[in-house]
Design a protein around this ligand. Structure first.
Ligand code: SF4
Ligand code: SF4
Length: 412
């Protein structure tokens, strides 16, 4: 899309601590200039996505509802690249991890976890699982990236393998993405370690635990990470971003975003500078057919509503979906009828009514026993509930209450 007039870059576009601004109002920046540096292990640096002048550094509300410092840059339209941008020198595992750290790349599938941390594991890992199972309705940015940026993915795989020494590299893709499967099979044909796992097109196939189980047969249990079962899981767009960084040295300043939904005039995938206002992206896609009833970051199952169209595209915004009134007609919530559909549809066999009961009565042991901590907030339970109960929101509240409960127990 054309260069936006302004970009607003929050210092948190990842899981972890906010980055610390290193520019001040009035500074000139170029594309790729560091504007906020990483703070601590679980954090990620932020880079300017346009060239221009820093206009404002102020607190903004981000998608989680938190208020964090954000840096607004007025574009000079030139998109001048920072003179210091150069491909990283990578000759060891340490240099590979340092490069991924410096790139500012986080999980681009929506999770936003700082990617370099995954490669820092001291556990014995033998398998790289690449998540191309883009399972939420509407979203196609990962599959398009696999088709268009296969060479970047190849470079990332080869470099990661050279320094991490994997035995197997499995690319999991749902069977309804034939072009992506064909492209990734070309990579597999040239490298005997790579295998493409063609998966059923079933939500939530792309959930980390679900994907690892369906590609390797290994179960990640409560409290475990993929590395505990010998795996590193990286999203396919994340791998493409790593490859692009290794090739050019340009950190993560743009990403592919699926723009879709019944209210969008011209749905499409768009390469967007990070920090561009959501409204500007919709405008580029022809605007709206009618006033949208609801706009979300991400897909309809796990996405988060945006408060207005001025909020920015974040590093991990894989989709922007604008629904018309017909698509979001809110059904009436009624009492739980104990039908068990939510339990039957949960990939982990969690018991949402028991979580609700435990939360309401303050019985945290019941909440734990019902499996609240395992909940990945996929929404399958809520989708299947005939009473339209707000199960995911309730589970989120239960997890928060559980964190407080455990903290108090530990202090006691
Ligand atoms: S959101 Fe519902 S279906 Fe998904 S893991 Fe949690 S309880 Fe299970
Ligand atoms: S699906 Fe809905 S109505 Fe049925 S048991 Fe679960 S919460 Fe209750």
């Amino acid at each position: 899309m054309p260069v936006p007039r302004m970009v607003t870059l929050p210092t948190v576009m990842h899981i972890g601590k906010p980055a610390i601004p290193v520019v001040k109002v009035g500074d000139h920046v170029d594309v790729g200039t560091l504007i906020a540096e990483q703070d601590g292990l679980i954090s990620s640096p932020v880079y300017a996505s346009v060239s221009g002048t820093v206009k404002k550094i102020a607190d903004e509300i981000i998608s989680s509802g938190a208020r964090v410092p954000a840096i607004t840059i007025e574009s000079d339209d030139a998109m001048t690249v920072d003179a210091a941008i150069a491909p990283p020198v990578v000759n060891s595992k340490e240099e590979f991890i340092a490069a991924v750290k410096k790139s500012g790349i986080v999980g681009l599938g929506g999770a936003g976890f700082p990617t370099y941390v995954k490669f820092m594991t001291d556990k014995p890992v033998d398998t790289l699982v690449i998540n191309g199972a883009e399972c939420e309705p509407y979203i196609t940015s990962d599959s398009l990236t696999m088709v268009e940026k296969a060479e970047d993915i190849r470079l990332a795989i080869e470099t990661a393998d050279k320094y991490m020494g994997f035995d197997k590299i499995i690319i999991g893709i749902e069977k309804n993405k034939p072009e992506a499967i064909a492209k990734m099979k070309e990579l597999a044909a040239a490298n005997s370690k790579i295998r493409v796992a063609v998966l059923p097109s079933i939500y939530p196939q792309g959930g980390e635990k679900v994907l690892v189980y369906h590609t390797t047969g290994k179960q990640i249990r409560l409290g475990q990470l993929p590395a505990d079962v010998g795996c590193i899981v990286c999203n396919s767009s994340t791998m493409a971003a790593i490859g692009a960084y290794l090739k050019t040295g340009m950190p993560l300043v743009e990403r592919t975003v699926t723009v879709d939904g019944g209210a969008v005039k011209e749905p499409q995938n768009v390469v967007v500078p990070v920090g561009t206002a959501v409204g500007a992206v919709f405008e580029f896609c022809g605007g709206f057919t009618a006033d949208p009833e609801k706009v979300i970051y991400g897909g309809p199952m796990m996405g988060v509503s945006v408060p207005d169209l001025d909020v920015p595209v974040l590093k991990h915004t894989n989709a922007l979906v604008a629904f018309n009134a017909k698509e979001v007609k809110a059904p009436k919530t009624t009492a739980c009828i104990r039908c068990g559909a939510c339990v039957n549809h949960c990939p982990f066999g969690i018991n949402p009514p028991a979580i609700a009961k435990g939360l309401k009565s303050g019985d945290m042991e019941m909440v734990i026993k019902a499996g609240a901590e395992t909940c990945m907030e996929c929404g399958c339970c809520e989708y299947s509930c005939p009473a339209n109960r707000p199960i995911v929101q309730n589970n989120k509240l239960a997890k928060m209450a559980l964190r407080d409960y455990k903290e108090k127990e530990a202090n006691a």
